[in-house]
Design a protein around this ligand. Sequence first.
Ligand code: SF4
Length: 200
Amino acid sequence: MSDLVNMKVTKAIKQTMPGLYSVLRQIYWMSRRQKPLTKLLGAKWQRSRDLIEVYITYKCNLKCINCDVSSRQAQSDEKMTIGQINKFIGESINAGVKWKKIRVMGGEPTLHSDILEILNLLLNYKETYSPDTRIQLITNGFGKVVNNILSQVPEKIEIENSNKRQPTSVFQLLILRLRIVYLINLRIIQMRVWLHHTAE
Ligand code: SF4
């Protein structure tokens, strides 16, 4: 019951205040993977053999400072081809793998020129071979081009939209700076603890 209430509250914030939701979500994600919380609650990420993340492109229309796939620092035109997606699906079927979840990621995956074809191929795998597979498209939701593609995505694809924005206002820049200061401070504290332990 409380999970249901939490989900409804989260959904309501996400829909009515996407900016606030995005900031809170990022604070949660940054904090949840720090040592004190992982010690208390366990590892944030568990290894899984049922879930696969497919990085179809490193192109992106944003330049986030904390980009974890280096799309900001080293954008590349490299991308997965339709042939590679077909090969992945074929190998999954031949090996009898029914993925619990397939996450289509980037960069910004909607900027891949064949994104809709890729999603339809994955949907076909789901519908003909593995009906319980959840297919998720992970997007930053930024800009007209991205949103135009999002509006054409088949209904059965789940869209995980982080609603990222280019920091333009003073408030957004302030939040960004606070996040950087927060991360630097954490690193300094961790380094001090590490030096203290190695000196003992
Ligand atoms: S939107 Fe994602 S992939 Fe693009 S720069 Fe930001 S973190 Fe990197």
